[in-house]
Design a binder for this molecule. Structure first.
Ligand code: GLN
Length: 488
């Protein structure tokens, strides 16, 4: 039995039935990590001994949790008590948090095993992991290409069988775009569905944590565990969490879905477009009612996101000043110089660019023209979604405008920002959105579709995704790392 290619759901069933030990699973995954990490660099920290010790104690337990023995990789901007959490930044290179994020506690309470901390674009800013201060992660489907970002490490690890599932964070697409690039299912839950306590803040009104998995059922399983109220985060909704896995199997009577006008898709990769239309016809065959819809305000979404996110980031990142938490520059002669040297050296180029952008957009004299305008555009986008969801249950879009791109291909920051064109709207509106793989390009690269629904409609999203998964039959096992290696 090849443990590293089984679904998380299957693994935990085997452990619960005592057909296999959690230790065996962890050993198999650690072996896989050892074999592949020199090619992939998905992890910043691998937790060998600690993961094995947790597995041992799970094996000793009589009543095992819902995630018994599942090796989960956690993005390195999610705090893990006693384990270095770097945000892939020099600023936090040596930071060891004194507590764990609520999501990590929730996973561990259900006997998941955190197997390592994954690479990302510094503080979550980017779409390729090339902005990690340490090293880029490679896409297991083609090592010359990026795994997407910012949760690129979390995506690469799961796609390559180095973890059975992972957590990412999504501020403008950082779970969904890498999941799409690596052939995975990735969910950005409704804003407030999942606690952000212990997630290092990037843009607080947009950030959400979500799972990356190989199957829809795995995603439903993990979402179920991490969702729900948290006394440590007052922004979390107290709405009860449905049993997503049960819900997912319920019938979805004639779903209504909107798709984008052809002109909106101008300029995107033709194979992405083909896959999009093909998936729409598959859905139609299953009885879905499709209608074309116009979203005029979406035109402003990317500009709006790239003002709001940096504005919030410029405020959130002001805490890294060399006084607490972070790196402090060794040379300075007064406080101002200490701040200056610390922040100049501690932050990478993209992070500095965002801080500058955000500070500018919030500064007096410019606030009205930039931040306020963006906030107004955001409102329009929200209203448009609200109107749309009175007519349809779902909105379907491609997840990313193209499959995984090559390293160095997007040196111009604006070209990189365009990767987020389909994903930022869900963050701005706060609605849930899921990506799932629906095909491979001619070059053998995964292509995803995005399913959006109204607030707290994760159950409906899982239903549609589950249905589609059975039709599309995307085969993750087409990935053959040994073969891919020969490309490099
Ligand atoms: N790629 C987007 C950005 O660079 C989204 C990042 C994210 O979701 N964390 O801001």
């Amino acid at each position: 039995m090849n443990l590293t290619s089984l679904s998380a759901t299957k693994l935990r069933t085997l452990v619960k039935k005592k057909e296999i030990k959690a230790q065996e699973i962890i050993l198999a995954y650690l072996k896989r990590i050892k074999e592949q990490e020199k090619d992939l660099s998905a992890f910043i920290t691998v937790l060998g001994e600690k993961a094995l010790a947790s597995a041992k104690s799970i094996d000793r337990k009589r009543d095992k949790g819902k995630l018994a023995g599942i090796p989960v990789a956690v993005k390195d901007n999610i705090l893990t008590k006693g384990i270095r959490t770097t945000c892939a930044s020099k600023m936090l290179e040596k930071y060891v948090p004194p507590y764990s994020a609520t999501v990590v506690n929730k996973l561990e309470e259900e006997d998941a095993v955190v197997i390592g901390k994954t690479n990302l674009d510094e503080f979550g800013m980017g779409s390729s992991t090339e902005n990690s201060a340490f090293f880029p992660t490679r896409n297991p489907w083609d090592l010359r290409r990026v795994p997407g970002g910012s949760s690129g490490g979390s995506a690469a690890a799961v796609a390559a069988g180095e973890a059975a599932a992972s957590l990412g964070s999504d501020t403008g697409g950082s779970v969904r775009q890498p999941a799409a690039f690596c052939g995975l299912v990735g969910l950005k839950p409704t804003y407030s569905r999942v606690s952000r306590y212990g997630l290092v803040a990037f843009a607080s009104s947009l950030d959400q944590i979500g799972p990356l998995t190989r199957t829809v059922a795995d995603n439903a399983l993990l979402t179920q565990i991490i969702a729900g109220s948290d006394p440590q985060d007052s922004t979390v909704s107290s709405q009860p969490v449905p049993d997503y896995r049960k819900e997912m199997r319920r019938e979805l009577p004639s779903p209504k879905a909107a798709y984008l006008k052809d002109k909106v898709l101008d300029g995107i990769d033709p194979e992405v477009k083909d896959n999009y239309y093909r998936t729409l016809s598959v859905l139609e065959e299953t009885g879905a009612e499709l209608r074309e819809m116009d979203f005029p305000s979406w035109e402003y979404a990317l500009a709006c996101y790239y003002l709001i996110a940096p504005s919030e980031a410029s405020s959130n990142l002001s805490r890294y000043d060399g006084v607490r938490y972070s790196f402090r520059h060794p040379r300075y002669s007064n406080l101002k110089e200490m701040y200056l040297n610390t922040r100049s050296e501690g932050f990478g180029r993209e992070v500095k660019r965002r801080i500058l952008l955000g500070t500018f957009a919030l500064s007096s004299g410019y606030y009205d023209d930039y931040y306020l305008k963006a906030a107004q555009a955001r409102k329009l986008i929200c209203q448009e979604f609200e109107k749309a969801f009175k007519k349809v249950d779902f909105i379907l879009t491609p997840t990313a405008p193209e499959p995984a791109f090559l390293f160095g291909e997007k040196e111009d920051p604006v070209a990189m920002y365009l990767s987020d064109i389909f994903t930022v709207t869900a963050n701005l509106a706060g609605i849930p959105a899921l990506t799932m793989p629906v095909g491979l390009s001619q070059k053998g690269l995964p292509i995803g579709i995005q399913i959006m629904a109204s607030f707290f409609q994760e159950s409906c999203i899982f239903k549609l995704a589950f249905l589609l998964e059975k039709k599309v039959k995307f085969d993750n096992n087409k990935l053959n790392l040994r073969k891919r290696r020969s490309h490099v």
